[in-house]
Ligand binder design. Sequence first.
Ligand SMILES: *Cc1c(COP(=O)(O)O)cnc(C)c1O
Length: 213
Amino acid sequence: MLPGSVSVVAVSKTRSHEEVLLAYNAGQRVFGENRVQELLTKKKLLPADIRWHLIGHLQSNKVRQVVPEVALIESVDSIKLLKEISDEALKRNLVTDCLLQVHIAAEETKFGFDPAEIEREDWSAVTGAFKGVRVCGLMGMASFTDNSEKVRAEFRMLTALFNETRERCFIDKPFFREISMGMSGDWNIAVEEGSTMIRVGTLIFGERTNKTI
Ligand SMILES: *Cc1c(COP(=O)(O)O)cnc(C)c1O
């Protein structure tokens, strides 16, 4: 990746639409939400040229609402979900951009594919069958820890997995180019390890009062 090719997703979960508008007026155009209802509600109140990313777990029963509203679904964590998104997009004559969320952290609770699942799947066959989606890359979250070497190793693993998957399954697909990794606490390590897209909330908007979100 060339320097300067890292994009910033402003994570606006729990923030009011007025706060989002302040960031918009400062020039930010890409915002991330982890809950479908919150995304849809805010979207209605804000300028139409905002590109909304869904970054949280997506339930099947919300796919229909999300597909026409978002620029990128970063949190696809099963092939079943990828198919459901594709089917819904095709019904609407759309192609929905998606990232595959990969479980790279030591913690148990996070959603995502295991790296081994990404490695063994034939993604060219999968995406060839699902014409309503474009798989544009991988997303991951590192462990929540002060141990920066551990975080670095997890990001490095995601970049290696991205490169291997691109060469194996997406070599003729230039849109497979995003590695979404890095948040307020670890974005600099993520960029050093090859991130193309960082998802930053706290550093832009300040501390969230609800720290569990
Ligand atoms: C909340 C969240 C972020 C941003 O977290 P900050 O630490 O506030 O920057 C990034 N990615 C996901 C998936 C999130 O849920």
